[in-house]
Structures are given as structure tokens and as C-alpha cells.
Write a protein that binds this ligand. Structure first.
Ligand code: 1GP
Length: 237
């Protein structure tokens, strides 16, 4: 199976929408028509089959590629262009790295559209993020330990994506840039605290793919400005 041709290979910018949060048709229209490369549906808590189907069917009115980050087996909804399965790498709680995934695969493994499904090696680097609390992530890692996690994800496990997650705060771009230089096969996704064009530009210089979440709900105009900001930056390792 060839993962290199996966649709996310050329994504520079993506918006992440949380099925648990309300979004008006007007706002959703602005997000889907923004010129972003993709819309990712995902959230840490309160993601259900019903609210995921509902959001997917609304996004489906647009041409923008739409992916689901599957964080619970109940919310695995058919009909997306791509599926991401997060594996949290910096937690001691094995259930978040392989436990829950194994439980879901025991039941649904034979029915999963593998050609459009990819693992994401998550490094959760903001201890205050919901996802860090939920998974018990060890978020305060020094640069050497982050590097070791990148080796683990990219070289040993050959995961197609390393997701450096700072959700809620703007992260350490030097660290993200270093990760992007280290990887040989993986794409580095960056998400966290991007709420203006300048931060988007900095993230675009550091990561392959820049993901904007909260700003959609907090300041839509600023969120929309991140699309052009990211697209203008050529990514150079
Ligand atoms: C969340 O990485 C995304 O999973 C985006 O983070 O919500 O802070 O933009 P923000």
C-alpha cells in the first residue's frame, strides 16, 4: 500500500472543526470557501456519531477535502475523504498509544478503508491542553527528548505524520522546525494558538502542514487571514 500519495501530502493549511462546537452556516461557508487545503473534523471530548455526521454533511456541500480524526470508535463515520488515527507518543498510558486503537481494530479492522487511513504520531506539548490532561501526556519535554520522539515516530515506526500539538498556545517554532528537518518520510503537522497571519507565517516556515482550530470560533476574520499567510510561505527544510 502506497501512503506517499495520500491526499494530505500537499496540504499546507488546514482548518480543524470540533463537532461538539456550534458553527453557523455563514461561518462554515467562510471556512470551506477560504482556500484552505482541507478541513479536519476532530475534537477531544464530546465527539459523537451524530454530531460528526451532522458536521460532515454540512461540509460535504463544498468541494474542500474533508478528513476525520478518529478519536473514539463511536464517532467513526463513513464518507470522509481521509481518516487520521492519532497515537499519542508522549504518554505513559499505553491505552492512548495502542490500547484503544487495538480495541477498535478488533471489532472494525476488516471494514476500515485502509487506503485512506493514516496514523498520526501525536506529541502533545502543551500540558494545559484538554488532550494532554485526558491522555496523561508528558508535555514538558526538553529538545533532546522531543528529538527522540521524532526518531521514534519517523525512523522507527515510520509513521506518515508527526503531529506537534500545542492546542491553545503558540508553540516553540525552533523545535517544530528542527522536527521538520529531522524527518525523512513523515510530514510534520503543527497546531496550536495560531490566531493571526504572523503566527501562521512562522508556523508555515517550521512545519509542513499548519492547522488552525480555536481561532475559527474566537475570531473568524483572523482565522481566515491565516490561509493566505501560510500559502505564501514556501516550505524549505
Ligand atoms: C487542535 O492543533 C489544533 O487540535 C489547533 O490548535 O485550536 O490552538 O488552533 P488551536
Amino acid at each position: 500500500m502506497e501512503l506517499q500519495s495520500a491526499i494530505y501530502e500537499h496540504w499546507r493549511h488546514a482548518f480543524k472543526l470540533d463537532p461538539e462546537r456550534e458553527i453557523s452556516d455563514e461561518r462554515l461557508d467562510a471556512v470551506c470557501m477560504s482556500g484552505t487545503d482541507a478541513v479536519i473534523v476532530g475534537g477531544t471530548t464530546g465527539v459523537t456519531f451524530d454530531n460528526t455526521v451532522d458536521l460532515m454533511s454540512r461540509i460535504r456541500r463544498y468541494e474542500v477535502p474533508c478528513a476525520l480524526e478518529v478519536s473514539s470508535e463511536e464517532a467513526a463515520v463513513p464518507g470522509f475523504d481521509h481518516y487520521f488515527v492519532p497515537l499519542v507518543l508522549n504518554t505513559d498510558r499505553a491505552e492512548w498509544m495502542a490500547g484503544r486503537q487495538i480495541g477498535a481494530l478488533r471489532k472494525f479492522g476488516a471494514f476500515i478503508p485502509w487506503e485512506i487511513t493514516s496514523a498520526e504520531g501525536y506529541l502533545i506539548l502543551n500540558g494545559e491542553a484538554e488532550a494532554a490532561k485526558l491522555t496523561g501526556a508528558r508535555a514538558s519535554l526538553d529538545a533532546e527528548t522531543v528529538t527522540a520522539h521524532i526518531y521514534l515516530a519517523d525512523k522507527l515506526m515510520r509513521l506518515p505524520i508527526v503531529y506537534m500539538e500545542y492546542s491553545g498556545i503558540f508553540g516553540d517554532m525552533a523545535l517544530v522546525k528542527r522536527a521538520s528537518r529531522l524527518v525523512s518520510g513523515a510530514r510534520v503537522f503543527y497546531g496550536g494558538g495560531i490566531d493571526n497571519a504572523d503566527k501562521a507565517r512562522q508556523a508555515a516556515e517550521a512545519a509542513h502542514t499548519v492547522i488552525v482550530g480555536n481561532a475559527i470560533y474566537d475570531d473568524l476574520e483572523a482565522a481566515l487571514s491565516t490561509v493566505a499567510a501560510v500559502v505564501e510561505v514556501p516550505f524549505g527544510r
